[in-house]
Structure formats: structure tokens, C-alpha cells
Design a protein around this ligand. Sequence first.
Ligand SMILES: *Cc1c(COP(=O)(O)O)cnc(C)c1O
Length: 375
Amino acid sequence: MWQAEVRVDLDAIRDNVALLRARTTAEVMAVVKGDGYGHGMLPSARAALAGGATWLGVATLDEGLALRRAGIEAPVLAWLHSPGLPLHEGVAAGIDLNAGSLELLDELVTAARRAERTARVHLKIDTGLSRGGATAAEWPALLEAAAKAQVDGEVEIVGVWSHFVSADAPEHESVDHQLAAFADGLAVAEGFGVTPRYRHIANSAATLTRPDAHYDLVRPGIAVYGLSPVAGETFGLRPAMTARARVALTKRVPAGQGVSYGHAYVTERATTLALVPLGYADGVPRAASNSGPIQLGGKRRTIAGRVCMDQVVVDVGDDPIESGDVATLFGPGDDGGPTADDWAEVVGTINYEIVTRFGSTRVPRVYDGDAGVVR
Ligand SMILES: *Cc1c(COP(=O)(O)O)cnc(C)c1O
């Protein structure tokens, strides 16, 4: 018998990727960083590959190495590296690595020598996000050094890439500015003889709304897990994660009873309280105190009082809720139940953060479906 669980629908992940694939002629890199946005990196990666992704994207070298250790052979790009990491292990494992600065390119050349293997690199141009990547001013020097290293056989320039500021607002003028800057960067690259097989800039939102940004490869993350990057539109995606728990106990209390720490909620009348065993240690945002939605007994209810580390309380009125009943915090929303979007709205964050919070916790992750399951 279970107490609380995060269920992940692998078939939904597969189908979401298939849907994304059908919207583009580019290849699809499923982004599985952050433990697959909380869904489990390895099962998510396999399900995404089953749906037609041909690439996997991760932030860190360690994430990439974990994919390889698990026997996943698809092309992998890892893009966030502080100095001094064992990048040669990534080169040896055939992981594509980002170079967004001269310093990083130098490290990749050193790593290639140490691994005695050509490093596969993606040169990143900063088109306005001001996060990773070379600025337009730094770009020619990076290209020159990379082109030389390629002639020397130390690196293979597999990709040139960038990342959007606000593709979640498809009409935002920054999208056009960045696409223009990306095209400029590609033209400058060509001047240095750099014509990579993969040019890529599109995240989920651009994959779904901006075909002109697809180039050779798109890099959807959140959409792989069935959540929409654009408010108010689902694009036919199916949320893959459900977080739920079985009521630990119920009790009758009188009117005027304070509930949970600080008595931030006080009952208005005699009522039944249900104790739901999920708290902020499991991913429930404490900011959802007195506001987080929970489906229980076929009705949508609201957390009563503060979210605790391990549990929350729900005021269920006179409804016949019993211990053992299933309380759903969020899921695909089929039965009118709450979604990760609903949680994001009450907490003032984005759906990305809600599902990712429910990742590495003490709550077991249970997988439904068989997409990509290794037997
Ligand atoms: C996280 C990330 C993505 C995926 O973004 P979504 O908005 O989840 O689709 C793509 N590219 C880079 C560089 C990222 O960091």
C-alpha cells in the first residue's frame, strides 16, 4: 500500500514528443535536465527517444555521463560547465559539449587531447539572453579559435546555437531581434568557414509557435512533459506527472478551530479535516499555504492553513471523506482536477518549477505506460 506518490505517464511523454516532431521538419532534442524536470531523467529520456527524439539535452556534464552510463547512445548535448571539470570524460563518452567562450573552448581542446578523441562542440552565441554564450563582440574570436582547432583535428564544430529570452510570448519583439542576431552570427560563422550540421535556437515555445526558428534542431523541454510554455494554450499536449497522496486521517472539529502552524486558517463551522501526507519536503511549495488546490472526493478544495514539511490539512466540510481516500494535488486535469498550471498560478511561479520540485524527494516515482521501458 502506498502513502504518497508521483506518477509519471511515459506514454504521454512519448506522445508529446511525437506531437512536437509532427510540427517540425527539424530533429528534436528532448531536454531532460533537472532529472527530467522532476519526472526522472532516464525513463523520460527513453520515452522521448521512443517518441522520435533523436537528441537529448542536459545542462551538466554529470547528467550527460549518467545518460551514457545507463547505456543511452543517442547524441547528447551538455551545455553548462564551470572551469576545471573533467570534460575529457564527456569527450570520451561521446557527449557533445557547449563552447560559449574562448576559455571553455581551450578546456575542450585540452580535454580532446587528454581523451585522444576529437571533441564534438556546439558554439554558443548570446543573442540577447545574457546568460551563456559569446557576445557578438566575442563571437569572431571564438569562431577563429574554433575553426583553427577544427583544422587541427581537436574539435569538430557540430553546432552553432543560442537560446531565447521570451519565446513564451511568441509575438514579443525580442524573438525577432534574436532570430536576426542568430542569422547574423551564422553569417559571421560562415565567413570563418564554419557551417555546422546543426543550427539550433528553439525551446518548447518556439517549437510550438515559431517554425521560422526551427533550423536543423529544436530543443523542447517543458512540452516533452506535457506542460505548455504559453499561458492559455495546451497545443494538445498531455501532462505526464500526477502528484497524489492517501489521506492519513480525518477528524471532526468545531467552529473556530485554528488549523496547522500559526493557525493561519480557522474553521468557520463544525467540519471535517483531512490530513494529506505531502509537504514542502516533497515539493509542495510553502507559499501554497491557504491556496494550493487539491482534488479530494471528486471536488476541488484548498489547503487549509500552512503547508508543513510533511503534510497539509484540507477542510472537507461535511463530505464523507475517509482515511485512505486519494487526494490529487495535480495531474493531467482530466476530471476537472488541478494541474501544475493551477499550482503555478496560486504560488506565483511557472509550471516548470512545480513539476521539478516534485523530483528528487522521498516520494516514490511510479511509472505508467511502457514507452521506452527496457525489458
Ligand atoms: C532548459 C532549456 C531548454 C528547454 O526549454 P523549455 O522552455 O523547457 O522548452 C532548451 N535549451 C536550453 C539551453 C535550456 O537551458
